[in-house]
Design a protein around this ligand. Structure first.
Ligand SMILES: Nc1ncnc2[nH]cnc12
Ligand SMILES: [Mn+2]
Length: 538
């Protein structure tokens, strides 16, 4: 048996006292108070209970390399990104790559692949698949049920998936942005027990009052922790973290933000340890006999400063340096798209028109519905750079050659184009730009690279390859973060002021988050849950 001594946070009694923790065969065997005034604090290993690892643009083993030194010992990941690209094979890739590192990656089974019937995806997860996977211990719940109209409208396919989760006695994660009143009651009554999409205190409070567990999100694009701190919640999650953020920290940084926003440190630590462990029935999350010896040694509860990290009783990180090797699993390319011509990005018109425009909101996944009066040139509707109305398009990448053109406000580009094959949740290629020629160049670069990001500015092309399903790299978080920083700087030089332009870009195709979004099949009004014309009164 091994022992460590220090000040211990007991997450059940919320006390901190000097203690000795004994552990063997990966489990805590005994914990007892001892005399002594120690300099370090022993905490249960941190759990990020809702994350899409793919959004970090690195594969699970590289993700583990980045987060374990920050005290993360478990994540609950929803692999619906790679499942949308390549179905069950994608989920198996995530499990196989994660099996090579000590980080515990539990999964929720994606409930919405494809996310809606209004987009083309590369994979499908059926109720039968959900039933099979939920019987395996590494699948701890049904993933976020984003098709909230389908729940409220009792869509048989959606209801069947919920039934399968209930039969397997596994919790169901929610996704209910701005849902309220009778519709929210209907959604909660379906047995959906968590939500991570609240953006205002009143929204979170209404869900808490209905018994839903609130995941307070502090991601790279959606930052809701500060707004929701006043109401409080049950978990603190990242949902989506870009590589630059990951290089700075993970759950430790979210805890520091929670404390900065006035959340009691002990309550905050329980939101990333005991609370998710109890909700998803994980054998970790507290330092008591029989639980996994997943432990984080920090300086103190206010500043943290992660020192040593143990997973199943093994020292996996010491003062920030990793104690395990990383050997990422490669995956062959999955793109079936033919190169595009500049004319593919034109919207023809015989006269000036009033058009619908997607307006982004900094640090939010929701968008506003706007309109703009656009002129024509050579029979095509023109972007209006003066008023920041740019062109946007989604190019389908699974071999059906579909695409939609539209208009976007909020990126402020004054030249060029940017493109990405990270475009939630079907991950077709999304591109915005000031002109069709640069948009075609940016999209064709992504296709040639079998996935990734590209920036075309003043005729030059800069790219970041994401060869794993067009979503992830097998390089380190630092290397990917460096390339992403260069791309972001280029986008800033082109006129954007966004902190995470590619993360913001990646959510413009997410049809399950209000209010106006775009897929390879058309412009989508999320409130009406239907396609709308680009030109008003068409
Ligand atoms: N917040 C979110 N909701 C739905 N799908 C997502 N994919 C990544 N983040 C998501
Ligand atoms: Mn969501």
């Amino acid at each position: 048996m091994e022992f460590i001594r220090g000040n211990l946070l007991n997450v059940f009694t919320e006390e901190i006292y000097s203690a000795e923790v004994g552990f063997e065969n990966g489990l805590i065997s005994c914990v007892k108070p001892v005399d002594g005034n120690f300099k370090t604090l022993i905490l249960p290993g941190f759990i990020d209970s809702h994350i899409h690892i793919e959004s970090s643009m690195i594969c699970p083993s590289r993700f583990a390399e980045a987060v374990v030194p920050h005290g993360t010992t478990s994540v609950i990941a929803d692999p619906h990104e790679i499942a949308n690209v390549m179905g069950l094979n994608g989920i198996n890739y995530m499990l196989n790559d994660a099996s090579s590192v000590p980080l515990k990656m539990f999964l929720t089974v994606p409930s919405c692949v494809p996310a809606t019937k209004f987009e083309t995806a590369g994979g499908i997860i059926t109720s039968e698949d959900i039933d099979t996977l939920l019987k395996r211990p590494e699948f701890v719940g049904l993933g976020e049920v984003m098709n909230f109209p389908g729940v409220i409208g009792q869509d048989p396919e959606v209801i069947e998936k919920l039934e399968v989760a209930h039969v397997n006695n596994k919790p169901i994660d929610g996704h209910a942005p701005m849902l309220s009143g009778a519709e929210l009651c209907n959604y909660a009554a379906a047995g959906i027990s968590t939500d991570h999409e609240s953006t205002t205190p009143s929204e979170a409070l209404e869900k808490r009052r209905l018994g839903m567990k609130i995941m307070m999100r502090e991601g790279s694009s959606a930052k809701n922790l500060k707004a929701l701190a006043v109401v409080g919640g049950d978990f603190i999650v990242s949902d989506d973290k870009d590589p630059e953020d990951l290089v700075e920290g993970h759950v430790d940084n979210m805890l520091l933000k929670a404390i900065e926003y006035g959340i009691d440190p002990v309550k905050a630590i329980k939101m990333v340890t005991l609370n998710p462990a109890e909700h998803y029935q994980l054998n970790t999350g507290s330092l008591v006999p029989g639980k996994a010896a997943d432990m984080v040694i920090v300086d103190d509860i206010e500043k943290l400063n992660v020192k040593n990290v143990y997973i199943d009783g093994k020292l996996v990180s010491k003062n920030g340096s990793l104690n395990f090797k990383v050997n990422p699993l490669k995956l062959q390319g999955t793109f079936k798209s033919s190169p595009k011509k500049p004319s593919d990005f034109n919207l023809t018109s015989d006269s000036p028109k009033t058009v619908r425009v997607i307006e982004i909101i900094e640090d939010q996944l929701i968008t506003n519905k706007q309109t703009a009066d656009l002129d024509i040139q050579d029979g095509n509707l023109m972007a209006d750079l003066e008023n920041d109305v740019l062109k946007i398009a989604v190019v389908e990448r699974y071999g059906n050659n579909k695409m939609t053109n539209g208009f976007i406000k909020g990126f402020n580009l004054k030249n060029g184009a940017i493109a990405s094959s990270v475009a939630h949740d079907s991950h077709n290629i999304i591109v915005i730009g000031t002109n069709s020629k640069d948009m075609a160049k940016a999209v064709n670069t992504v296709i040639t690279n079998n996935g990734g990001l590209s920036v075309v500015s003043n005729g030059g092309i800069t790219d970041l390859k994401l060869p794993i399903a067009g979503l992830m790299s097998d390089r380190t978080a630092e290397d990917v973060a460096k390339d992403l920083t260069i791309l972001k700087q280029l986008v800033n030089d082109m006129g954007s002021t966004l902190s995470s332009p590619f993360m913001t870009l990646s959510f413009l195709a997410l049809l399950v988050i209000p209010n106006l979004k775009i897929s390879d099949m058309g412009l989508f009004d999320v409130e009406k849950f239907e396609f709308v014309n680009i030109v008003l009164d068409d």
